[in-house]
Write a protein that binds this ligand. Sequence first.
Ligand code: CIZ
Ligand code: SF4
Length: 306
Amino acid sequence: MTEAKSEKLVNDILKLKEERKAIVLAHNYQIGEVQDIAEFVGDSLGLSQQAAKTDAEVIVFCGVHFMAETAKILSPNKTVLMPDLNAGCAMANMITPRQLKEMKKKHPEAVVVTYVNTTAEIKAESDYCCTSANAVKVVQSIPQEKEILFIPDKYLGDFASRQANRKMILWEGYCPTHRRILAEDILKKKAQYPKAEVLVHPECTPDVIAMADKVLSTSGICRYAKESNSGEFIIGTEIGILHRLQKENPQKKFYPASNLADCSNMKLNNLEKILWSLEDMLYPVEVPPDIARRAKRSIDRMLEIV
Ligand code: CIZ
Ligand code: SF4
């Protein structure tokens, strides 16, 4: 895109944001241009809480579908728009309500702890929601004698299970983007940048996690990078986050663990689509009230713990 075209797009978006009483929220994994035009950049829960707090009437949610659903659940009276409805999450699609119901039948006494990366329907069938930042705390809060069914991310589940020293039944889901980060990538980067701290997301595989200095959620990575005395970091999560890290810490250096950790769904949003979204109020995300109510209960129960 030429600079003039990009500037015009940005100006058109700014004008329409005002007219529509809209704000743009961008996930940490969005492309730089989208992050730069957003009122808030953050993780899915943080953004959904921002959406609930704001006076804006319209929320343009730049992330993936389950995130916009979460925002809608916390802000049922606001219009939540997704610039591209095709932005789904491969991990969230790895468990269906029917599969979860079958699993619950097999383990009728189990407490269901569900990663936020799931559809509203799955959250509605769950006891507790959790994020990558609080999964360990949520698991620890459940009485020792209770069986726990952790869905859908087996790697986050495995990490939380080891941290909390708690056996759990894990669903076989995972994030294809984070699974592309290999232990040998970390080894190579460590050899290249021996002074760098290795920060990885708990959606990574256990061998990658074992090589990390810190295992953190996206908001945790952003916070830690600011506070740490290190000047260099190897980042094991989706590469969109490097834009924010570099912008907030211009004097520090950030290296992606792997350039293959690029989520194609996250990258579906761009400035043109945000403009079209505001022009035509596309595409509204709706969650049926009964599902929203039950899904919200699992989110509220998480918030009571953390
Ligand atoms: O909840 C989120 O935003 C995701 C997907 C990751 C994270 O660690 O923040
Ligand atoms: Fe889903 Fe992974 Fe993409 Fe996040 S990075 S939206 S978990 S597929």
